[in-house]
Ligand binder design. Structure first.
Ligand code: ZN
Length: 289
């Protein structure tokens, strides 16, 4: 998931042909609103992005066309498989629209990024060493079969599922009917629902849960494996090895590593450089103790 810098679409398609490339919808919206302002447009864009069904996506886009044809043209020029759940692949089991994950990792390593290369890598290594066992212990304590946040999500959906009526076809399929007679088709064997939320996220939707309740099946069994506690613990089961100090590091027989040639970029540097102690002293003309 990228914040849609120019050229990335082609680069990802060429270098990672099997990867699904998404745009962070917050970044997409920030670009959109530069030329298309207003709460109504904002609401429609987010509705189109969050829709899991193509019919709902099309309804949002048609509304946008009626409200502001220029905004519609702008958004239509961006292929929806990069930014709308209605077009996301159902292979990945991930319905994320925002790249909060990368942003928070970036936030975590901000301090380390200011350091020279070896200190930077050392800070990140220690952060990860701590994080791996903390995450393992946190999830290990949970009594649920699922990761804690997924369980909370599922518990909310179980409550919502109670509002639906279910017609069973005698095998693995159901018609699930809501209060306004809206209908969804659930297939427990294929792990799908016509609302496509289950298909995209790997977590059963309220319609599917209504079908499971009818059959007295626990919905936890139908969550995709990657959200199960057992799989999470496996991912966090390998601890990092502690490292000796630099005086014990082996000597390299390669020629010394030279710093890269730094090209000066146009414009002002983004962040003020940290002054060394010596520079501070020289400027003040006084010597610090
Ligand atoms: Zn559904």
């Amino acid at each position: 998931m990228s914040d849609k810098q120019k050229g990335l679409v082609e680069a990802v398609e060429t270098l990672l042909p099997d990867a699904e490339h998404r745009f962070c919808v917050l970044h997409l919206y920030n670009n959109f609103k530069l030329s298309h302002r207003g709460l109504r447009l904002k609401e429609i864009l987010w509705r189109a992005a969050s829709s899991t069904r193509i019919v709902d996506f099309n309804a949002a886009m048609n509304e946008l066309k009626n409200v502001d044809s220029k905004a519609f043209q702008w958004l239509s020029a961006r292929s929806p498989q990069h930014w709308s759940r209605a077009y996301f692949s159902t292979y990945l089991k991930c319905d994320m629209l925002l790249n909060n994950l990368c942003e928070s990792f970036n936030g975590m390593i901000r301090k380390a990024r200011e350091e020279p290369i070896i200190s930077m890598l050392e800070l990140i290594r220690i952060m990860l060493m701590r994080r791996i066992h903390r995450q393992r212990d946190l999830v290990g304590k949970s009594s649920s079969r699922l990761c804690p946040r997924i369980q909370l999500k599922l518990d909310e959906l179980k409550k919502e599922a109670m509002a639906y009526n279910v017609e069973w076809n005698g095998h693995e399929q159901f018609e699930v009917i809501g209060a306004f007679q809206e209908k969804n088709v659930v297939h427990l064997g294929e792990k799908t629902c016509s609302c496509r939320k289950w298909n995209v996220s790997g977590i059963p939707c309220k319609h599917a849960i209504a079908g499971m309740s009818y059959m007295h099946y626990p919905p936890e069994e139908f969550v995709v494996d990657c959200y199960k506690k057992e799989v999470y613990l496996k991912a966090y089961s390998r601890m990092m090895k502690p490292m000796h100090g630099p005086d014990e590091w082996p000597n390299s027989n390669r020629s010394p590593l030279h710093p890269p040639i730094v090209e000066k970029l146009p414009g002002r540097p983004k962040k003020a450089r940290k002054k060394q102690l010596g520079e501070e002293v020289a400027k003040n003309g006084k010597k610090k103790n």
